[in-house]
Design a protein around this ligand. Structure first.
Ligand SMILES: [Zn+2]
Length: 443
């Protein structure tokens, strides 16, 4: 092919007439019209494949439990890559890995972005890893292209996400001595685990960031559900992480002989619990929206084939982005439960046992993700995250946003978890562009 003049080349990419030659042959294009900076997709997917060697299991996934040897080795490997990318890497007192890149405005608060590299037992190679390696790739591209950002940037690899978003909860100052005493899946207590990976409980307060300490938090993650894959959408713009509400529900009836008590004289707690389970499903599905409700655990007492259960304890879980809606659902469920109890002489009582409040993402970040994806020619869909993420904790101290990429068939927390290399590359490009956009727009 004949060599083109610079003007011809620019005309080809639609930029003729808006460029100006700089000394040394560099071209200064108005930033508005500059082709977007892109990640190196092959390198990103290669790094992701290399990470999968740490804790690899026979099924082809990973078991990289937080505080295990595999976790520690993977962390050391990632720290090496972060240093090679020019980052100033520290392990904070809570054991989170933080790689910092200076910004041009020294007084500005940092933009944080990252994810986690610990896994569940028999997990996959994408949950957390995609966002972590995507963030590393973004840092590499910024370094190679000598891009100066106004804000300092911090790549964060949160520790023990799968064991209850431990690292991010520590970062917002939520962890207590009771948490440190809990035993993690690795067999170590959280406290011992933090020391094992290079944290320091005596200085744990140093890890804490307060509201206003960060300019923003961004996280790229696999969807872990099948909506993007089914609808062939490139990018999910996360509206928020749903609130999760748990209750212990106790049904009290009267334990009696299963052979001698006639059917019309029973106060059967199990029968009431069964009707309750069906009713929860009916109430939750009777309203428009994406709320979900589950009875996931049940135990009957005394628990013998020949005794009518006198007591049943079961769980009720409700999830939605809108806490007021969850409250309305719960009110209706408890009213209906009372009616069920009246029909067969049982009583229902509800005890809240765990609440994770909904964490809406920041509307300006959602808009930035949307715009960045559109400019890259990618399709988007607004959606809630039904799973918990470190972003839900970070949203409590600053504006947070999440970018989802498709999970093939919606499989996650399993060795067959898979996201396509092209989708991962798209997600990292959206992360990069969103980051640059909020760096330019945010104070
Ligand atoms: Zn995850």
């Amino acid at each position: 092919m004949a060599e083109l003049t610079r003007r011809e080349m620019l005309a080809l990419i639609g930029l003729a007439g808006v460029s100006a030659a700089l000394p040394g042959g560099a071209w200064a294009l108005p930033s508005r019209q500059r082709a977007p900076l892109l990640v190196n997709g092959a390198r990103l997917n290669g790094t992701l494949a290399s990470l999968s060697a740490f804790g690899r299991n026979p099924q082809g996934g990973v078991t990289r439990l937080a505080y295990s040897d595999a976790d520690k080795q993977a962390r050391e490997w990632v720290i090496g890559l972060m240093r090679e990318a020019g980052l100033d890497v520290q392990i904070d007192a809570a054991g989170n890995i933080i790689g910092r890149r200076a910004g041009s405005g020294s007084a500005r608060k940092p933009i944080l972005f990252g994810s986690h590299i610990d896994s569940v037992p028999d997990g996959g190679n994408y949950d957390g890893d995609v966002g972590s390696m995507g963030a590393l790739e973004v840092m590499r591209v910024l370094a190679e292209n000598h891009v100066a950002t106004r804000h300092p940037l911090e790549l964060v690899i949160f520790q023990n996400e799968e064991g209850g978003v431990t690292g991010s909860r520590a970062m917002i100052g939520e962890l207590t001595d009771a948490d440190f005493a809990l035993t993690s899946r690795s067999g170590k207590t959280i406290g011992d685990g933090i020391a094992f990976i290079g944290g320091d409980l005596r200085r744990i307060a140093d890890a804490k960031r307060r509201s206003g300490d960060i300019a923003a938090y961004l996280e790229l993650h696999i969807e872990q559900g099948g909506i993007l894959d089914e609808t062939k959408t490139n990018i999910g713009v996360v509206e928020g992480i749903v609130g999760v509400f748990w209750w212990d529900v106790t049904v009290v009836g009267f334990a009696n002989h299963a052979g001698t008590t006639p059917m019309n004289r029973r106060q059967d707690a199990m029968l009431a619990a069964a009707k309750f389970t069906v009713m929860v499903n009916r109430v939750v599905t009777s309203k428009p929206g994406r709320q979900v409700g589950t009875v996931g655990r049940i135990s009957a007492l005394p628990g013998a084939p020949n005794v009518i259960p006198g007591k049943v304890v079961l769980s009720l879980e409700l999830r939605d982005l809108d806490e007021a809606k969850v409250n309305r659902l719960f009110d209706e469920i408890s009213t209906e439960a009372k009616k069920i109890g009246q029909e067969n002489g049982t009583t229902f009582s509800f005890k809240p046992i765990n609440v994770n409040h909904p964490a809406p993402t920041d509307p300006r970040i959602r808009a930035a993700i949307e715009k960045s994806a559109r400019e890259l020619g990618l399709t988007t869909r607004a959606m809630p995250s039904g799973a918990g993420h470190d972003a839900q904790e970070m949203a409590r101290i600053g504006p947070a946003g999440m970018i989802f990429v498709p999970s093939v068939k919606g499989i996650s927390h399993a060795p067959t978890e898979f996201s396509r290399p092209g989708d991962i590359e798209n997600g990292a490009n959206v992360l990069l562009q969103t980051l640059l956009r909020i760096d330019a727009e945010f104070a």
